[in-house]
Write a protein that binds this ligand. Sequence first.
Ligand SMILES: Nc1ncnc2c1ncn2[C@@H]1O[C@H](COP(=O)(O)OP(=O)(O)OP(=O)(O)O)[C@@H](O)[C@H]1O
Length: 677
Amino acid sequence: MASEIEIEQQLAPLRLLVKEQGDRVRELKESQAPKADISRAVAELKRRKKQLEDKEKALNPPDEFNRSQLETLLKQRFFYRPSFSIYGGIAGLYDFGPTGCAMKNNLLQEWRLHFVLEEDMLEIESSSLAPEPVFKASGHLDRFLDYVVKDVKTGECLRADHLLDAHLEKLLADKNLEGDSRQEIINLRTKVESLSLQELGDQIKKFEVKSPVTGNNVSDPMPFNLMFRTEIGPSGGVSGYLRPETSQGMFVNFDYLLEYNQGKLPFAAAQIGSAFRNEVSPRSGLLRVREFTLGEIEYFYHPNDNDHFKFDSVADVEVTLFPKDHQVSGKPTRKMSIKNAVDEGVIGSRCMGYFLGRISLYLTKMGIDPKYLRFRQHMDNEMAHYATDCWDAECKTSYGWVECVGCANRSCYDLKCHVKATGASLCARETLKEPISVTINEYHSSKVGKAFKGDAKKIMQYFSNLDNDTAEKYDKMLKDTSQIEVDIDSKKLTISEDMIAVKRYEKEIHVVDITPSVIEPSFGFGRILYSILEHNFRIREGDEQRSWLSLPPPVAPVKCSVLPLSAKKEFDPYIKQLASELKLHGISNKVDDSAGSIGRRYARTDQIGIPYGITVDFDTVTNNPATVTLRERNTMQQIRLNADIAPKVVSDLVKGLTTWKETITKYHLFEGQESKK
Ligand SMILES: Nc1ncnc2c1ncn2[C@@H]1O[C@H](COP(=O)(O)OP(=O)(O)OP(=O)(O)O)[C@@H](O)[C@H]1O
């Protein structure tokens, strides 16, 4: 499917023709030209408008869920739009408007309450830009790749797995394709993202895949690193990268976090921040972009204890699971409680189960429809280089199943990588019940300092952290070749026999170093936000179709509207008073005193998902004490209540201290109002 920018580019000439003809009609009318000329010009304007409409429809084919209606709403009410559009835009970058920004902030605030506050997590904010050795050590420099092919004539780059997948999808659309060939393609589609470079190349050749844009042949696939590279500082000597995930900031600060936590495991660090990926083909709106907000948690725990002390709180949470063996054998998903899934070994540990349960609770509270939420386990060859097990929380949208949260078991991979690269001590200390005897390798040197100057400290640190196997391996190398080569901070250093001496002895110890294991839930807020919008998009049938959003109050961009029934001056003091009292309760509100019927204005507030609306009318002014109506968005029911308590009632509703059902039993339903859900 074409990106929004591509669509806009194709529509621009037609829009111009419509505008020109519109101007022409206006000129003719103003100059009181003959009626026949005006009618001809109007007919031409209609023809051009129709041409534009047809093209728009062709580029945005309607599907079961009417995405184009949602997109129109999102554009009109400025949830988000392509960045720099007045310069023609750049694919994969988006700006959030007031509604989108407020909604995203609500998601972040709820995330902090649900995870950081609830679990006493240690939230940090680390730099978005990191020097190259960090990503060399973490493996991103060598392995954070997508495979791309080039159009052999135009040189345009295309993501190889997506290209192959789209081609296979097209083949499957052919109803005449039957039997084994159909099954082979279905099977291949389930593992397209996990094919190796060689396998991808073979399949692209086998199915004679061509560029969908030009129909030209494509090259063999080649690796493309997704990180944005830059130079840090004016002299250009230090290479750096914008982070593709926020987690490295938490790993490199592990020691300080542990100390802050009084040296105790387990604990969780959390971070919200921007991540940057130079995606080959950004597409599908917010779903695949080049800059996005991530919320990540690193739960550090003892590798021999993968329980979670709060497991019981999620034991009964029902989730839909799609384990890897079901994907291979074509079996359907399983709906089960977290407890049963762990007991039956579907989920590997109570710790992983705990986080899947918490993720599910967060997403559904935010408005994800549980029917369209599943947890899919990664296939072994699909996992990121750092993971040993991974479950993605996927939401079904009109684009298919979309990964919104990844929950990976990163074991001790990252901490060990940074220890290896820097010699830093990134481990916890455990006091043993009984002392044990261990081999100590003590390295001494007089010449390393002279030979390696600034690097000497790191080298000696590196040696002091060696495990026994590596120490023995180095002993042998020194004996055999009189030198050893070590890789520190991405530099290969040669240490000769005369530079270093090792003293080895047994020692009884009471404390051991532990490199913790890590479970990492990683939330992409753009994808979550879009999925929530799709899951809550509704149409009210009536004289005219009105689109609206059934967003849960905590997520809604604005919580309450304040509406004067008409433009009467007497309403103003009440409107001001209500708006400021709502603010005192921390309830965001929007006064809509624009012209237009009250019905139209309610419809406008429903469009951005405002859950409650207070209306000031003639009775407000005449009643003593003053009364107002309070309307609930989903049912469109209204109650009448005293103006001075209305803000508090809305505040209680928004904060979940009461429900609408309870509220309508306490106050009177406004005359003639019934549930119109
Ligand atoms: N290009 C992107 N645009 C928007 N969100 C993204 C993008 N890449 C990743 N995310 C979000 O970040 C989360 C964690 O990133 P992770 O590295 O697990 O994704 P990923 O497996 O690389 O995603 P994908 O396979 O879709 O590229 C994802 O669950 C998703 O919500």
